[in-house]
Design a protein around this ligand. Structure first.
Ligand SMILES: [Zn+2]
Length: 394
């Protein structure tokens, strides 16, 4: 594969993420090792109401492990002689983002660290300001930030976000990481691990929805992506299924359906639990952003699989374990309808013997799902089950 060229815009983020994931980065005298971290290249936006800074913040990449989260801003330029200095609007913009996040970290006690990654040099004064910056220099930067913030964000801008104390705190933890184009090109052409990481991140970033706003450039809306059973780097047989605000990226569906086939033929009771391992996969074959709950993930996979396998049967993916409930829709709709109690006006799911052992929570979710496939929408309150989950911890 020919080495791709680092370029401006969204592509540079992928090169940065791959570099940090592949090997520790040397910074003057110390090492930054994020190789064991989980990278999210579609991070969520921290809204202004949450940070209290008066503007929304979306960093380019986050990398998290245990309770530490690195928030990474990427700035690239195709001009070789450019230097990122204190008055540069790119620097001021990044600083305002970091300051807002620092405000959030003060409220939440989350452990945030900041990285500014560039493909061109960062002025020495930025690196030294945090260490030995004079009050006068910090004050100068503060004025520049306030001027820039008011211009960018108008009246909602909270100039309190840029207190001198907070600026110094951010600058002290800020890592400026220069990753020149030549270095990235070399990694791409000579380091297979780097290329693999790059391709993984790239596949996660594929799902961009470009909508033209009226007066500005294209707005990029990022979908959260759930990946299921994808082991491929070419993604030739993979399918992307839009599901309720997310994209479910499904790997080889044909091999999944053939694993399922023998179970489908022997589903006399109408509902049957099949372990993920019995179908040849495990939780490791499911990949999703940290901020998405396992319930949302299982819902996304459920929708995607049912749209891919057609009407032969219904599948419900169990949150957490990703085991599969195989459901004969005709049989189960009847059974559930029949357990509706005319006195309590609820579905008494514990009287459906085919569902015994699933536990209350899974019974209710599955029953809602089965009825919804018949366009009957119900709330959780419409169902009664008091059964402990003795077969599954959900
Ligand atoms: Zn794939």
């Amino acid at each position: 594969m020919p080495a791709a060229q680092p370029k401006e815009g969204i592509g540079f983020e992928l090169y940065v993420a791959a570099a940090l994931k592949t090997e520790p980065q040397k910074l003057d005298g110390r090492s930054l090792d994020l190789t064991e971290f989980y990278f999210n290249i579609n991070p969520r936006t921290y809204p202004r109401g949450l940070t209290k800074a008066g503007y929304d913040v979306t960093v380019d990449i986050t990398a998290s492990k245990d309770n530490v989260e690195y928030l990474i801003e990427c700035k690239s330029s195709k001009h070789r002689d450019q230097i990122l200095d204190l008055n540069d609007s790119q620097f001021l913009k990044s600083m305002l983002e970091f300051l807002a996040l620092e405000m959030l970290s003060e409220q939440t006690k989350w452990d945030f660290c900041y990285i500014l990654a560039t493909n061109y040099p960062v002025a020495k004064e930025i690196a030294t300001l945090g260490q030995e910056g004079s009050t006068r220099q910090v004050e100068r930067l503060r004025n520049a930030l306030i001027g820039f913030g008011c211009k960018e964000h108008g009246e909602t801008f909270n100039s309190g976000a840029t207190s001198a104390r907070r600026i110094v705190k951010v600058l002290r933890t800020l890592v400026c990481l220069e990753l020149p184009d030549q270095y990235l090109r070399l990694k791409m052409s000579s380091d297979s691990e780097y290329r693999k990481n790059y391709e993984t991140f790239s596949s996660r970033l594929k799902h961009l929805d470009l909508t033209l706003s009226q007066d500005g450039p294209a707005q990029v809306r990022r979908f959260q992506t759930v990946s299921f059973l994808c082991k491929s780097s070419s993604h030739e047989k993979c399918r992307n299924i839009p599901t309720d605000g997310m994209i479910c990226h499904v790997g080889n569906i044909d091999s999944f359906t053939s694993e399922l086939e023998p179970f489908r033929k022997r589903n006399e009771t109408g509902i049957r639990m099949i372990r993920a391992s019995q179908l040849g996969f495990s939780v490791n074959d499911v990949d999703y952003p940290r901020n998405v709950s396992t319930k949302e993930v299982s819902e996304s996979i459920t929708i995607a699989l049912n749209s891919l396998i057609g009407d032969a049967c219904l599948l419900y993916i169990v949150p957490g374990t990703f085991d599969v409930l195989l459901i004969d829709r005709e049989i189960m709709v009847e059974k559930i309808k029949r357990c509706f109690d005319l006195h309590t006006l609820k579905y008494e799911l514990d009287t459906v013997k085919e569902m015994r052992g699933l536990g209350a929570s899974l019974k209710i979710s599955a029953a809602r799902f089965i009825l919804s496939s018949y366009h009957l929408s119900c709330d959780e309150d419409d169902f009664i089950s008091n059964e402990d989950a003795n077969e599954h911890d959900v």
